[in-house]
Design a protein around this ligand. Structure first.
Ligand code: QUE
Length: 374
C-alpha cells in the first residue's frame, strides 16, 4: 500500500472525490514507526467517514506488516487532537434520507475495536480538544500522552446522543463514579484530571510531545520498540500537578453513585455546595432522554465485555438517529448554534423507562457484530 495517499482512497467507495479538496488525514512511515496525522484542522480534526475508512485500512495493513513496530497518532494544529465525529454530516444525511447514520457508527466502532485489539504499541498524543470520537481513537490504545492543552470530554448528552466509541466500557471502569460524572455532565478534564482518571497514561509538556515519535524512528526490533517508547515518554513526562477531580471525588462518588438519574439529581440538590449547584444546572441543560439512556448504558456496560458494549452502543446510536433529540441537539449546537435545544420530552420525570429499555433491544439484520479474527 502506498503510504502517502490521502483523501478519498480508503477501503470501499471513495466518499470525497474532489482531488482539489485538502486532505483530511495523512499516513506516513518513518522506518519502524507508522504515523497517523489528523489534518482536518478547521473542523478541529473531527472524523469524517472517509478518515475512519482510511484509518481502518492502514491499521489493518500495519497490524500485519512486521516492519511496523508501533503506531503514533496526533492532530495538526494546537487546538485539537480530535473534537469528535463528523456528526453534522451524519445529521444532514439523516435529514436527507441517506444511509450515513447506519454506516458511520458501524465503521467508527470497528476502528475503535481495531485499536483496542492492536497488537503493537499505539501511542496517541492527545494535546488539545479530545472529545467524543477523539476519545475513541485514543483511549483504547496502549499509550495516551496528554499535553498542556488537553481537554478530554464526552459531551454527547448535550447533543441528544450518548458517550459511544467504546467509552461505555471504559467509563464504567474508571475509579469511583468519575465515569458516570463525565458521561452525564460532559465535564472537560485537563491533563492532571485526565491522568488522575486513567484516560491519559502520562503528561508531557506540549512542546516536547512531538519529539516522542521522532525518537522512535531508528528502533530496530519489537522488544527495543516497547522499551524505547517507555523510556522516551518517561524522559519527557512530568507531574501534571494536583487534579481538581481529586478534591471532588467524595462528592462525585456520593452524588453519582445513585441508581437512577433522578437519584443523582436529588443528591446534587441535597448536597447544595457550589459544585453541586453548578453540576445540577449543567444536567438541567442536557437531553433528558440522553441522560437516562447514558445512565442505563453505563450501568449495563459494567457487566459486559468490550465487543458486547460496542454492539449495544450501535443499537443505541440507531435509536438516537430515529428519535427527536439528536436532530434537535445538532441543530442547536452545531448548525444554528443558538445553544437552546428544545428537548422532547423536556424533563427527566417525563422520560418513559420502557422507551429507554427499548433502545437496548436487538435490531435484527442491522446488528453490529464482529468476527473474532480481525
Ligand atoms: C457535543 C458533542 C459534539 C460536539 C459538540 C457538543 C460532538 C462532535 C462535535 C464536533 C466538533 C467539531 C466538528 C464537528 C463535530 O461537537 O460529538 O464536525 O467540526 O463531534 O456540544 O458530542
Amino acid at each position: 500500500m502506498s503510504e502517502q495517499t490521502t483523501s478519498g482512497s480508503g477501503g470501499g467507495e471513495a466518499v470525497s472525490k474532489d482531488p482539489t479538496e485538502r486532505q483530511e488525514i495523512r499516513f506516513r512511515r518513518r522506518g519502524p514507526l507508522a504515523e497517523i496525522i489528523l489534518t482536518r484542522e478547521k473542523a478541529l480534526n473531527a472524523l469524517s467517514l472517509d478518515m475512519i475508512r482510511q484509518m481502518d485500512s492502514y491499521l489493518a495493513a500495519w497490524h500485519h506488516n512486521p516492519g511496523v513496530r508501533a503506531v503514533a497518532v496526533y492532530g495538526a494544529g494546537d487546538k485539537a487532537f480530535c473534537a469528535g465525529g463528523d456528526v453534522r454530516a451524519v445529521w444532514q444525511s439523516a435529514r436527507d434520507g441517506g444511509d450515513l447514520p447506519q454506516r458511520f457508527f458501524a465503521e467508527e466502532y470497528t476502528v475503535n475495536r481495531r485499536i483496542r485489539r492492536f497488537s503493537k504499541p499505539y501511542v496517541a498524543l492527545i494535546d488539545g480538544a479530545t472529545m467524543g470520537g477523539g476519545v475513541g481513537i485514543s483511549v483504547h490504545g496502549s499509550h495516551r500522552v496528554a499535553g498542556d492543552r488537553t481537554q478530554v470530554a464526552m459531551p454527547e448528552t448535550g447533543i441528544g446522543f450518548f458517550p459511544d466509541v467504546g467509552t461505555t466500557y471504559v467509563l464504567a471502569r474508571l475509579p469511583g463514579e468519575i465515569g458516570t460524572y463525565m458521561a452525564l455532565t460532559g465535564a472537560r478534564l485537563g491533563p492532571a484530571d485526565a491522568v488522575y482518571a486513567g484516560l491519559a497514561t502520562h503528561y508531557v509538556p506540549s512542546d516536547a510531545l512531538l519529539t516522542i515519535p521522532d525518537s522512535l524512528v531508528a528502533v530496530s526490533n519489537e522488544r527495543d520498540m516497547r522499551a524505547t517508547i517507555d523510556s522516551a515518554i518517561a524522559a519527557r513526562a512530568q507531574d501534571p500537578g494536583p487534579a481538581p477531580l481529586a478534591e471532588l471525588r467524595a462528592q462525585i462518588d456520593a452524588c453519582f453513585g445513585k441508581n437512577s438519574v433522578e437519584g443523582i439529581l436529588d443528591a446534587l440538590e441535597r448536597d447544595g455546595s457550589d459544585w453541586a449547584q453548578r453540576t445540577r444546572a449543567t444536567l438541567d441543560r442536557m437531553s433528558p432522554t440522553s441522560l437516562k439512556l447514558t445512565f442505563a448504558a453505563l450501568r449495563r456496560a459494567a457487566e459486559q465485555d468490550f465487543d458486547t458494549c460496542l454492539t449495544t452502543e450501535y443499537r443505541l446510536s440507531q435509536g438516537c438517529m430515529a428519535g427527536h433529540d439528536f436532530r434537535e441537539g445538532i441543530r442547536a449546537v452545531l448548525v444554528d448554534k443558538d445553544k437552546a435545544p428544545r428537548w422532547s420530552p423536556a424533563r427527566v420525570a417525563d422520560v418513559d423507562d420502557a422507551a429507554i429499555a427499548a433502545y437496548f433491544d436487538p435490531i435484527g439484520a442491522r446488528e453490529l457484530t464482529f468476527d473474532t479474527e480481525e
